[in-house]
Ligand binder design. Sequence first.
Ligand SMILES: Cc1cc2nc3c(=O)[nH]c(=O)nc-3n(C[C@H](O)[C@H](O)[C@H](O)COP(=O)(O)OP(=O)(O)OC[C@H]3O[C@@H](n4cnc5c(N)ncnc54)[C@H](O)[C@@H]3O)c2cc1C
Length: 491
Amino acid sequence: MHDGRVLDTPTPAAPLSTSTVSPLIGQTVGAQAHARAVEALLASYRAIPPGSGVRLAKRTSNLFRPRATASGPGLDVSGLGGVISVDTVAATADVQGMCTYEQLVATTLPKGFMPYVVPQLRTITLGGAVTGLGIEATSFRNGLPHESVLELDVLTGAGEIVTARPTGEHADLFAAFPNSYGTLGYGVRLRIALERVHPYVALRNVRFDDLDDLVAAIGTVVAEGAWQGEAVDFLDGVMFSPTEAYLVLGRWADAVPAASDYTGQRVYYRSLRDRDRDALTALDYLWRWDTDWFWCSQAFGAQHPTLRRAWPARWRRSDVYHRIVALENRYRVVARLDRWRGRPERERVIQDVEVPLAATAEFLRWFAASVPMAPVWLCPLRVRRDGPLGPLPEGAQPWPLYPLRVGETYVNIGFWGTVPIEPGAADGDVNRRIEARVAGLGGHKSLYSDAYYDEADFWARYGGAAYRPVKDRYDPAHRLLDLYAKAVGRR
Ligand SMILES: Cc1cc2nc3c(=O)[nH]c(=O)nc-3n(C[C@H](O)[C@H](O)[C@H](O)COP(=O)(O)OP(=O)(O)OC[C@H]3O[C@@H](n4cnc5c(N)ncnc54)[C@H](O)[C@@H]3O)c2cc1C
């Protein structure tokens, strides 16, 4: 896609500035409306004929693998898209499972709070990010979104609503839910911990000509929470090439000389090359990557100055680009034009992988030499020791379906585009090579996109031994799909 194809609080209120927010969003729905929505959900479950599969009927998605079309009625989650309540004293929120982060942030930010980790795309939902994982620039200190969930109500495959907590009767479900992709049940309500915010994020864009230096800098920031004497609250980066990579070091700020705006004519990722210091409002920082879907909006011409001026601001959003890609996947217009012009078929290479910090430079050099695709996104992460399952010992793997190790720093590397299929090669070959390389370096791969593992290998990597008893307990008739069928079988 990058290549032109398709393709109530004492704290100060954070400014809700340039981004488009509907007047309906930003309000809590309350417990009664939530109870009614749960009733509607249960009624829709009962309306699905016994023995038939159970699936969500949901408007948006950030999944990238193509899926078999669902037949029959799905679960009615239409009333489950809001924030139920925010407790500003306990710094927690009760949130419905299909609440988008856009809605969640619009509700918590004016109260002086945000979730511990806010994935970059506005329409990712809290339930989706907990069951399908998510990551952002706070992940080097806050882990992944599921690591700040305190409890969750789950509609199980058996049609019951159970409350899963870190300990107690349903602790097995609590631990196995992250990376289960809705195959154990659907998150209906989640209580999450919130972090206090400040009005601005001050940024340093630090260039590295050498990947070993970049890796060493990540290690320093993770260990010290600071870089060259200045605190670091947010950490991510971009590699344009092995000799041109940037770390973006963010720090909460109560005042800045001026805040930039990348929701208009300027494009955020380009600013990394142009400025070594910058600042954004808290809200604009959280959605800095959404406006241009990182850099992928280039594929639709949305970064060309003339088209950008004509492109309505409300359409500069990741979900709009996602819909354009979905149309292409359906009608294959660009693919047909390419074939007509005699160009090679292309393989979709849309992946986020996690590689241990010590192997990150090696992986990035291999990637740059083997896969013709740039830029790539970099985001360090560590499992929280003090999270809901904590305190955790060094080396523990507390989340069995995505078994990252406590004490190890990983770097999430994201690349989203297509590559030409070389003569004699097959569609999927590049993805298979990436899978093998990541596994060889002790890494993991997110499952939101294409995966090619054989079944035994898959279950060995994604906690099969822990998954099976939980699946049998909460979905005994297997009315929900199984994780392998969903992630690899594209069902
Ligand atoms: C191009 C691209 C870039 C991405 N980049 C990032 C990124 O930068 N940062 C990041 O954090 N994540 C990223 N993701 C991954 C994304 O966070 C996950 O795919 C997440 O699962 C999407 O959530 P969603 O709400 O859109 O869920 P959907 O896409 O609707 O569903 C994802 C899966 O979760 C299941 N599901 C949905 N809601 C629930 C629920 N309430 N309970 C149980 N299961 C549920 C669905 O059945 C489905 O299997 C990216 C994905 C793509 C395609």
